[in-house]
Design a protein around this ligand. Structure first.
Ligand code: PLP
Length: 399
């Protein structure tokens, strides 16, 4: 047998974690493939199809031959339409040079880390956090520093939490509001304080508002875009077509930033993916032109499901779920329900639910919050009700 040398990987990829949200979900998918009926509370994407008008615009783009490369940072028309949307919604006066479109918000977030983080820089991320933030920062050579948020205050990030973990190496803060996985929506006055703090320390503030429109009850979405013009060197806003317009598979997101940062992001993009799909850009233009009724239909469904789900979770023995302000996730504390079945954390709790209840949830450990699980309500009310029934039966067995 020929002996082969081991494959030599780079340090940066060796240090990277594989997305931990996937482990339970992969097991769930394997069970579904075997014909097992699983209630899947895993999805991080809308259960709705892309609005018809948007999908038609994509098809028209193909028919009309819009199948070539565009500018690596997105078409002029799309970047201007994104700027116009912010100008309408948030009273900004953005123009083309403040906007870059890419292959999802994820790409822009990744590129922001690559563009701004130097080796040894610390970037503060409130926890629980979206899974990709720490790996993106660390891939860029930085260190992710977590600022735990308080579940009793609905996990809303505060300046006090951030200040508590800041050091002289703090170079930036990444906020996500509404938050995946907790739904937390940051208060406007708190955001203002964090913006001012970042300005004073010459730290950047990345504000990811991917779930911008999904905010419930009396909660109000505050966008960092409001402070962009006053502090363009500080504030970077990232947003996505994925959740708002049910366009996850189209891969279209964008960043709003200082023109010099936009140029840097464009440089990275020009050497990696080039432009986001030309077809998706045409579809996105249609979405931005207004599909309000479709968006409202999705919003109403999420709101109704949340209104049923959260009290149902709280009625389960030893489960405690704070009201999620927004997004389409509930994030209950399940640590009091472990019982004596050998469950030691959110991972084994999720395994137990999958084996015993045939329900898939994402362990909170994936988001830096062991003791919790993420339940997505981007699934039908019937499945939500069925899932809760199953969880209730499985919890009773734990005693
Ligand atoms: N930010 C958050 C908080 C998310 O949950 C996601 C997707 O799950 C993204 C960004 C990236 O979305 P996309 O790359 O589909 O635009």
């Amino acid at each position: 047998m020929v002996s082969r040398p081991p494959i030599r990987f780079s340090d940066r990829v060796t240090a990277m974690q594989e997305s931990p949200t996937l482990a339970v979900l992969n097991r769930a998918t394997a069970l579904v493939a075997k014909g097992v009926d699983i209630v899947d509370f895993g999805p991080g994407e809308p259960d709705f199809g892309t609005p018809l008008a948007v999908a038609e615009a994509g098809k028209r783009a193909i028919d009309r031959g819009f199948t070539k490369y565009t500018n690596a940072s997105g078409t002029k028309a799309l970047r201007e339409a994104i700027a116009a949307r912010y100008n309408r919604r948030y009273g900004t006066s953005l123009a083309l040079e403040h906007v870059i479109a890419g292959n999802g918000g994820k790409q822009e977030l990744f590129n922001v880390s690559l563009a701004l983080v130097r080796p040894g820089d610390e970037v503060i991320i409130p926890s629980p956090y979206w899974v990709s933030f720490p790996d993106q920062v660390e891939f860029a050579g930085g260190k992710a520093v977590f600022a735990p948020a308080n579940p009793e205050d609905h996990f809303r990030p505060t300046l006090v939490d951030i200040e508590a973990v800041a050091t002289e190496r703090t170079r930036g803060v990444i906020l996500n509001s509404p938050c995946n996985p907790t739904g937390a929506v940051i208060r406007e006055d708190e955001l203002q304080k964090i913006v001012d703090w970042c300005v004073a320390r010459e730290a950047f503030l990345v504000f990811d508002e991917t779930y911008e429109l999904f905010v419930y009850d009396d909660n109000k979405h505050a966008s960092a875009a409001i402070w962009f013009e006053r502090h363009p060197e500080t504030v970077i806003v990232v947003n996505s077509m994925s959740k708002t317009f049910a366009m996850t598979g189209w891969r279209l997101g964008y960043a709003i930033a200082h023109p010099e940062i936009i140029t840097a992001l464009g440089k990275i993009q020009s050497h990696s993916t080039s432009n986001p799909s030309t077809i998706a850009q045409h579809a996105a233009l249609e979405a931005l032109a207004g599909v309000d009724e479709d968006v409202k239909r999705m919003y109403d469904a999420y709101r109704e499901r949340r209104a049923w789900l959260v009290p149902a979770l709280n009625s389960l023995p030893n489960i405690c779920c704070t009201d999620p302000d927004g997004a389409f996730y509930a994030f209950p504390d399940v640590s009091a329900a472990y019982g004596n079945a050998g469950i030691t954390g959110s991972q084994s709790f999720a395994d137990y639910l999958l084996d015993e209840a045939r329900v898939a949830v994402v362990p909170g450990a994936a988001f830096g919050a062991d003791g919790f699980v993420r339940i997505s309500y981007a699934t039908s009310m019937e499945r939500i009700q069925e899932g809760i029934k199953r969880i209730e039966r499985a919890l009773k067995k734990l005693g």
